[in-house]
Design a protein around this ligand. Structure first.
Ligand SMILES: C[S@@+](CC[C@H](N)C(=O)[O-])C[C@H]1O[C@@H](n2cnc3c(N)ncnc32)[C@H](O)[C@@H]1O
Length: 378
């Protein structure tokens, strides 16, 4: 069997294909419409997406989330992107994408991974993130959007099915829980307990609702581009002002580097924390004045094993950042703490604090819990 014949067999073994990709003479991926999409999907959509990408992608990194067989990833690479990673939660789709990359000879990486598993630690932050036809497949749309924010350094292009205007009322305000709130409609699509997340549809938000969801997780400069009565594109970044909303999101991902040392009583604990700025505001380092409002420093709470607070602002410990930390950047911070005096098991809960303004946890962040055992030195 010659080259094209062999490829044809491998292509057909991965039927059905959702993406129509031209892999060379006589080698088409898709032979019939699939999942309600026309046979030439996603070529018509691509021409719109393309017009909202930065002028050229030279030297930029692109992450394609829910990449399917990789159509958009390949186009991004052809536009000069230096690094392209496609991720999809389904096995067959990743196999299709890898086969297409092999036949096309394009240097694009594909990984089987859910949107929920994306983080700034792995695979990192990207200049352009594509989330096309993804969100309505997610049972946890806010979590998915939070993960997308974490890995977006520049622009997110999110394309989605939306509720039609004639079936979704316009947003309106009313009192809920004693506060005046804006309400925007989203439909829940009922599925059985055995429904496969990546295949079924779960939520159908109105365009107004999806704009609010994006804004809530921290995206700014949100442009809504209706494709049709039922589909819309949203283009947004981490920068920009929104009236009536906290514009600056202070959010961190914290990790311990290496092992947590065992501490003999009495002792000192030394470890290094890795801190990523996954919010939308740069962290301002302290210049050493006690009363410096808004400077970002590391502090710690001491808890017992059952998470009862033993000392909230443990020893008033503060580790200053050696420099300002822009959005999407990370810093490694050495921490040296006097260990608790009594032997036993504890939890150290590390969090960042904006001096005189509050802990990051108070603004919706998640501190890092580190278990600690203090053993008798005898
Ligand atoms: C409707 S298709 C869209 C594919 C492509 N982005 C496009 O617009 O043509 C949805 C894709 O998202 C993938 N997907 C669904 N849930 C996912 C999740 N939680 N994480 C990553 N990919 C997911 C599916 O496997 C599928 O390939």
């Amino acid at each position: 069997m010659n080259g094209p014949e062999k490829f044809r067999e491998r292509i057909r073994a991965l039927d059905p294909w959702f993406h129509d990709i031209d892999l060379g003479p006589g080698l088409r991926t898709k032979l019939a419409p699939c999942a309600d999409e026309p046979i030439d999907h996603p070529k018509p959509t691509w021409s719109v997406i393309r017009s909202f990408l930065p002028g050229d992608l030279f030297g930029r990194s692109v992450l394609d989330v829910g990449c399917n067989a990789g159509f958009y990833s390949f186009e991004a690479r052809r536009l000069g992107a230096a690094r392209v990673l496609g991720v999809d939660s389904q096995r067959r789709e990743i196999a299709q994408a890898r086969l297409a990359a092999e036949i096309l000879g394009l240097d694009v990486a594909f990984r089987r991974c859910s949107v929920y598993d994306l983080s700034i630690a792995d695979p990192g932050a990207f200049d352009v993130v594509l989330a096309l036809g993804l969100l309505y497949h997610c049972r946890h749309p806010l979590l998915a959007l939070e993960r997308l924010l974490e890995v977006t350094r520049g622009t997110l292009l999110l394309e989605s099915a939306v509720a039609r205007e004639d079936e979704a009322p316009a947003p309106r305000g009313r009192m809920i829980g004693g506060l005046f709130r804006e309400l925007a409609p989203a439909y829940y699509v009922e599925n059985g307990p055995d429904s496969v997340e990546a295949v079924y549809n779960w939520f159908l938000p109105s365009a107004a609702c999806l704009t609010m969801l994006l804004r809530t997780v921290g995206f700014r400069g949100i442009a809504h581009v209706p494709f049709s009565a039922e589909r819309s594109l949203f283009v947004c970044t981490r920068e920009g002002e929104v009236a009536g909303t906290a514009n600056e999101l202070h959010r961190a991902r914290l990790e311990v580097l290496g092992m947590v040392p065992q501490v003999l009583h009495p002792g000192t604990l030394a470890l290094t924390l890795r801190l990523w700025n996954v919010g939308t505001a740069a962290w301002r380092a302290s210049v050493g004045h006690e009363t410096e409002r808004g400077a970002v420093l590391l502090g710690v709470h001491l808890l017992d094993e059952a998470e009862n607070v033993l000392e909230w602002d443990y020893r008033r410990y503060r580790a200053g950042l050696p420099r300002d930390v822009p959005v999407s950047e990370r810093i490694d911070l050495p921490v040296t703490l006097v260990a608790p005096l009594a032997t036993g098991r504890y939890l150290l809960e590390f969090d960042l604090v904006r001096e005189f303004e509050g802990w990051f946890e108070d603004a919706g962040g998640t501190p890092l819990k580190v278990p600690l055992e203090i053993r008798s030195g005898g």
